[in-house]
Design a protein around this ligand. Structure first.
Ligand SMILES: NC(=O)c1ccc[n+]([C@@H]2O[C@H](COP(=O)([O-])OP(=O)(O)OC[C@H]3O[C@@H](n4cnc5c(N)ncnc54)[C@H](O)[C@@H]3O)[C@@H](O)[C@H]2O)c1
Length: 382
């Protein structure tokens, strides 16, 4: 299949490109280095060095003989995205290309408007490009479990049947995001749903939980092919950050009471979920939604797991409940359904002691790169 990966330089995009290329798909990646540029502007960096896309693609070819097509440019610009679609004629598009950080979106007005313009602009361009150049292509879009928020009822897999005054209808499950970034993801879903109804597009929207980890099957080919690994408060996901904090001797930053519960997954399972979605595409005129996570944990549970993993390696890990910079429920009901991807054959990589130990050993090997002052800055959300 010809697969176009938008955001192919990113934390998830690059491992996905290698994975699908290894599976024999024809892969093209597009990126404008927004993530790297924002990280530079905010004075944070990846724990391990990360080659640019051209260098990684060259290395991938050296090791595997496989080509990945590269397109550098801003997908918010119609001429750029139109040219890629026209030339590559994708059969499937994986849309990762967004400003992905909730805390970044809450920094200041400029960061908020960048997030809105970038995320909605790229999604709209993808929709128009599919309509114009490849109307049968399958769009696999990365949404987030954060679209649902933390309602006091079970979270369904995208849709809910509602009975009202004796009549029934199926609606998108109610969404109530906790950050501006998550709100742009809700708006993306609404845009996609609108054009699925208007133009019979085929779309899979993956409501993904926070991802952890760095290793994927293909990264074993060469350590220089590893994806980026953020550990700062803006761009790092919570478990990755906790592991770096543990190794750095920095007390784990549990926000408030630490009862915030979310659905997590290993980066290997992001690749598996995306691949399964590609292999089993949505139908024309279908917005298919999967809740993409494998296990739920509270922040306290994650901190406890990192503390015990540290003990195994002789590291004394302190946990500190600090004032919550975010405005969110610190104790709440959380029961999201997630059977769709399991039904397609997902076999989860769970957060075992071994998985945690491997991540901790990776961080230990790069501990000299940890800049303590970049770990936490307390960006207030309200
Ligand atoms: N990482 C997670 O835990 C997680 C969880 C849920 C959802 N998601 C979603 O998955 C997707 C990928 O996340 P990630 O962690 O890999 O983020 P990332 O920032 O590492 O990857 C996104 C990539 O898209 C590129 N990009 C953004 N805007 C662009 C534009 N206008 N033109 C060209 N390229 C552009 C960025 O430069 C970056 O390389 C995002 O949409 C994110 O919201 C991520």
């Amino acid at each position: 299949m010809r697969v176009l990966i938008l955001g192919g330089d990113g934390y998830l995009g690059w491992p996905t490109a290698m994975h699908l290329s290894a599976q024999g798909h024809e892969v093209a990646v597009a990126d404008n280095y927004l993530r790297r540029n924002l990280m530079r502007e905010e004075d944070v960096e990846s724990l391990s060095p990360c080659l640019n896309l051209n260098e990684r693609i060259r290395l991938w070819k050296e090791h595997t003989g496989k080509e990945i097509v590269i397109c550098i440019g801003d997908l918010n610009h119609w001429d750029f995205i139109a040219r890629i679609f026209k030339e590559f004629q994708p059969e499937a598009i994986i849309h990762y290309a967004e400003q992905p950080s909730a805390p970044y979106s809450m920094l200041r007005r400029e960061a908020a408007t960048l997030t809105i313009n970038n995320n909605l602009g790229v999604t709209a361009n993808v929709i128009f490009a599919v309509r114009e150049f490849c109307p049968d292509a399958h769009i696999v879009k990365l949404g987030t479990m954060g679209e649902y928020g933390t309602p006091n009822i079970d979270i369904e897999e995208g849709w809910i049947d509602i009975e009202h005054k004796g009549r029934k209808e199926k609606f998108l499950y109610p969404r109530q995001a906790g950050s501006l970034y998550h709100t742009t993801k809700i708006m993306d879903t609404d845009l996609l749903w609108y054009y699925v109804r208007m133009w019979d597009l085929r779309v899979t929207d993956l409501m993904q939980g926070p991802v952890y980890g760095i290793f994927t099957g293909e990264s074993e080919v060469d350590a220089s092919l590893l994806t980026l690994f953020s550990y700062d408060e803006l761009f790092g996901t919570v478990l990755n950050r906790f592991i770096v904090q543990a190794v750095a001797g920095y007390p784990l930053t549990v926000y408030g009471k630490g009862g915030q519960t979310r659905g997590y997954l290993n980066i290997k399972d992001t690749l598996n979920c995306v691949r399964l979605s590609l292999e089993n595409p949505a139908r024309n005129g279908e917005l298919r939604i999967f809740n993409q996570f494998t296990e739920t944990f509270s922040v306290n549970e994650l901190a406890g797991k990192v503390q015990s993993a540290g003990k195994q390696l002789g590291i004394d890990v302190e946990i500190k409940n600090i004032e919550n910079p975010r405005k969110e429920l610190e104790e709440h009901y959380y029961n999201p359904q997630h059977t769709g991807l399991l039904d397609l054959g997902l076999s989860p990589n769970l957060l075992t002691d071994t998985a945690l130990g491997q991540m901790m050993e990776f961080v230990l090997r790069h501990r000299a790169n940890i800049a303590q002052h970049k770990i936490f800055r307390g960006t207030k959300w309200a």
